[in-house]
Ligand binder design. Structure first.
Ligand SMILES: [Zn+2]
Length: 603
């Protein structure tokens, strides 16, 4: 790469200011040493929690302080390591932070079981007591687990079994990260290139169909060859889930996972039902895309094909940042004013530098403004990523500002709402800005439609797959390569078969999805996206009440259960309505897309 930036050549004003967490590595070391002491002090509280309110309060305050310091220690080390992933010093600090985390968590591990062993009614009393206001959400969560918590000895056995239950995931990670060889494939230049899972994505956008087809087929077949072993690994994961669900007295695996977020199984089922109702529109979109890219028939390996409309957005970071601030204007003047600090106050690490971590994310500690890591490129993707990550950052900013540290962190279930909402605001803002520009509008809508396809439809299909697999195993059926592949193939037929030729190799695709080793997780991408769409549309309608509700949601952190928080925001995920609303929006976009494409080039 020409003129590659390094940490010493990049303009500091475009780097994040880590010193807001710790002034120096020495200050980090001092905090590290202090946290060890704090861990010991907490451990000394074991056995005291039955002695009354003051003992419990003081223990919870210490645990909270421990959590804050731990998050500072970990975040600082992670950010420094991410700046230069080859820096041995920060690699070591990050490793030490990880070890310290396990150490102090082990020291505080007595708290939950001791709280749960308090006499009936005591915890309920604390939750209602204003002195416990900072801890009510955490205590309510603990109390909710009570019916599924076992005796001390049994809990110890379950903890010991944890390693065994994780063996499948470890084996899968080792296989796919280290041992797997997917061979080579021919690139656009005709030369053979080593094929990896990550590289597949770049082959799938190639305008050369032979390149797409070969790469896709080779990857799928590569997985297929290991299918019996991977099916055994996945069966192991599911068996571990069944073991834990049964041991804790849940009706089934899905209930055991959803229970943690206080989400009922109806939410999951109604998501799937609603999405099934949108499959005709998905097919319609795929047919339009097929025509747009000039294919007589569309195969699975054609779906990611990008369309060059001749329009892109090439903004450097200053311009992108200004555009972001314009796009989020509907969120209110104060939101814009707060967000406008991000670049000048160095929340953002903007540019790719040598050995910097790839991708983008947002992170925060309670005591300082949030941070955003980017690898900014002058493309629409670069701009959209900035808006997305700033959505996370502002959600953290308002939650940290409003909530005490013990309830400032929001759950994964709501995490993608603020980020997706900002992306939609951006897209709607640009659609207006480029009102008469056909190519721009086709690019913007095409982008959003693909986002819908991959986040809402694809993730729901995954959710359906893992639900079916667990249900099969719970019914006593064994999970084999053949029945998992057959089930996955049928799902693809259902989701895409109306418009796409479902090649038989797709039956192996489930083997490529690492998320299946985090059970019942992916549905949250789909629900989060749908909630965000419904909320963004409410905000854009100009309804002040809807805006105020959303703004309140941004301040809630983890102070309520996710479904309750989203109700505050204005969407009720326990009904299919938000998903249906999102699908209506999808249908509108598909219609608009068709219209734009059918217009004459120079119209
Ligand atoms: Zn995100």
């Amino acid at each position: 790469m020409e003129n590659e930036l390094t940490r010493s050549t990049v303009d500091p004003k475009y780097t994040w200011d880590v010193t807001r967490i710790y002034e120096s590595d020495e200050a980090w070391e001092a905090a590290f040493a202090k946290l060890k002491e704090l861990g010991d002090a907490i451990a000394a509280k074991a056995g005291t929690l039955a002695s009354g309110k003051e003992a419990v309060l003081s223990c919870l305050r210490m645990e909270d302080e421990m959590g804050c310091v731990l998050s500072c220690i970990y975040t600082y080390a992670m950010m420094k390591q991410n700046e230069d992933t080859t820096a041995g010093k920060y690699q070591a600090m990050l490793g030490r932070a990880g070890t310290l985390y396990s150490e102090v968590m082990a020291k505080a591990a007595f708290i939950t079981p001791e709280l749960l062993s308090l006499a009936d009614g005591v915890l309920e009393g604390y939750i209602a007591d204003p002195d416990f206001a900072d801890f009510d959400a955490a205590l309510a969560k603990t109390l909710r687990m009570k019916p599924h918590t076992l005796s001390a000895r049994e809990e110890q056995l379950l903890a010991m079994a944890g390693d065994v239950c994780g063996a499948s995931e470890n084996a899968y990670d080792m296989l796919t990260d280290a041992d797997m060889d997917l061979g080579t494939t021919r690139g656009e230049d005709g030369k053979k290139t080593k094929l990896t899972d990550v590289r597949l994505n770049s082959f799938l956008v190639s305008p050369d169909r032979a390149v797409r087809k070969a790469a896709y087929t080779n990857v799928m077949k590569g997985y297929g060859k290991l299918g019996n072993a991977i099916a055994a690994m996945y069966a192991g994961q599911v068996k571990g889930d069944i073991f834990n669900a049964k041991a804790r007295g849940f009706k089934n695996c899905r209930e055991s996972y959803l229970y943690r977020d206080d989400v009922s199984e109806d939410v999951y089922d109604s998501l799937i039902d609603a999405i099934h109702g949108g499959l005709d529109t998905l097919a319609e979109y795929l047919r339009i895309k097929k025509e747009q890219v000039g294919l007589a028939n569309m195969h699975m390996y054609d779906m990611y094909l990008g369309v060059d409309t001749g329009f892109d957005i090439k903004m450097d970071i200053d311009e992108a940042f200004e555009t972001f601030l314009e796009a989020v204007k509907p969120l209110g003047e104060d939101y814009v004013a707060d967000a406008s600090r991000a670049l000048p106050d160095r929340w953002i690490d903007v540019y790719e530098t040598k050995n910097k971590r790839g991708g983008a994310y947002s992170t925060s500690v309670h005591s300082a403004p949030p941070y955003v890591l980017l690898n900014h490129k002058k493309t629409y993707d670069g701009l959209s990523t900035l808006c997305h990550e700033m959505g996370h950052a502002m959600h953290s900013f308002y939650s940290n500002k409003t909530q005490p540290s013990a309830k400032a962190d929001y759950t994964i279930f709501v995490a993608e709402v603020a980020s997706t909402c900002n992306e939609i605001l951006l897209s709607e803002y640009l659609m207006k800005k480029y009102e008469g520009n056909r190519a721009a509008r086709i690019m913007l809508i095409g982008h959003l439609l693909e986002h819908f396809r991959t986040t809402v439809f694809r993730q729901t299909m995954f959710a359906e797959f893992e639900h079916k697999a667990h249900a099969m195993a719970e019914a006593g059926e064994s999970l084999t390569k053949d029945n998992l592949c057959a089930m996955y193939y049928d799902l693809n037929k259902l989701y895409y078969g109306r418009a796409v030729k479902v090649d038989k190799e797709v039956q192996y695709e489930w083997m490529r999805i690492p998320h299946f080793y985090s059970s019942f997780y992916v549905y949250k991408y789909a629900t989060g996206f749908c909630a965000a769409v419904a909320l963004a549309r409410g905000i854009l309608s100009g309804d002040e009440e809807k805006l105020a509700a959303y703004r309140r949601f941004l301040t809630l952190g983890g102070s309520m259960t996710p479904i309750e928080e989203l109700k505050v925001a204005g969407v009720d995920m326990s009904t299919p309505q938000p998903v249906c609303e999102a699908l209506d929006y999808f249908a509108e976009l598909v219609m608009l897309y068709r219209e734009l494409l059918s217009q004459e080039e120079n119209a």
